[in-house]
Write a protein of this length. Structure first.
Lengths: 126, 190
């Protein structure tokens, strides 16, 4: 092993830490609603203010989103891994739950009818 | 006539890093099988952090080590064969796509970093691990049409770097066992 190996390791860990800090700083604030996109298309925007249960059925599969006490999370998914049900509940702006097999992204946004895309992050992919 | 006893009589010419003929095919086949086995063993290790993509990268041990005694195109062939075979056996179209993105990007990065001669297999492997995760994340981002997945990059960078480091250290041990120096001595340019 060489010294540069450790430098590379330290550099990457440091960069990851900094990136995490910067990304965290950009997602301040309580989310007012949650936007659900499938294949990049918005399939629903629901307020976090009231509890509700939403079924999201697409050609890729079935997901069930629960909104309870101001937090949105996945309670059902018929994908093989079920990662989306383990992901952290959405309470803040910019927080996401991703279900890759179903090409679904749920994201906390400021309020209904608004997306957190004003920061331009999504401009690349539309 | 004096016979060379440096291993070349078995078709292995470690000094030049070249292996020729049918031996190459046999060796590449065995390495592919080994990499497939590693892929399978990996699925038995429950490393679940709720984020897909965090894994040991055992199969990369074969690719990484292979880079030090096979031609690049041979290693690439082993890597591609492993991805396609395990993909068709245990995965699906999408999982093959993710594997290909990760496998190709990490191969490219590792090969480039190796050529600089500045890093040992440990460093090469660290970069490979991070590149693998980056490649998969990019494809995932394209699939779900969102750049929001960058939020996962920090944690995937850390996991890729750490598991890559671990695999790199293992690879150095393997290379020592194969008496290839493991990057401790300066590698011959090819």
């Amino acid at each position: 092993m060489k010294k540069k190996d450790l430098l590379l390791l330290a550099g990457l860990l440091l960069a990851a830490g900094l990136a995490a800090l910067i990304l965290m700083a950009g997602r301040r604030g309580e989310a007012g609603a949650v936007t659900v996109r499938v294949d990049g298309q918005v399939v629903g925007i629901w307020s976090l203010a009231e509890d509700r249960e939403e079924d999201i059925d697409t050609e890729y599969g079935h997901n069930h989103l629960s909104i309870r006490q101001g937090a949105a999370y996945m309670t059902e998914a018929d994908c093989p891994d079920g990662y989306c049900m383990q992901q952290k509940k959405i309470t803040g702006i910019g927080e996401t739950i991703v279900c890759l097999p179903h090409r679904l992204v749920a994201e906390g946004v400021a309020a209904e009818g608004q997306t957190a895309d004003e920061d331009g992050i999504d401009a690349v992919t539309g | 006539m004096k016979r060379k006893m440096d291993g070349t009589e078995h078709g292995f010419d470690f000094a030049k890093g070249r292996i020729s003929g049918a031996k190459t095919v046999a060796l590449c086949g065995m390495l592919t099988a080994l990499a497939m086995l590693f892929s399978y063993v990996e699925t038995l290790i429950p490393l679940n952090f709720g984020i897909p993509g965090i894994k040991l990268g055992l199969a990369n041990l074969v690719v990484l080590t292979g880079l030090y005694y096979l031609k690049p195109q041979q290693v690439l062939a082993v890597s591609l064969a492993r991805i396609l075979l395990t993909g068709f056996l245990f995965g699906n179209g999408m999982s093959i796509l993710y594997s290909l993105a990760g496998g190709l990007l990490s191969f490219l990065v590792m090969r480039l970093l190796m050529r600089t001669g500045e890093f040992s297999p440990a460093g090469v492997s660290i970069a490979g691990g991070v590149a693998h995760n980056a490649g998969q994340l990019i494809v995932a981002g394209l699939v779900v049409h969102t750049a929001k997945l960058v939020y996962y990059m920090p944690v995937l960078t850390v996991s890729g770097a750490l598991t890559g480091f671990l695999m790199g250290l293992l690879s150095i041990r393997v290379l020592h066992a194969l008496k290839l120096g493991g990057g401790m001595k300066k590698r011959g340019e090819r």
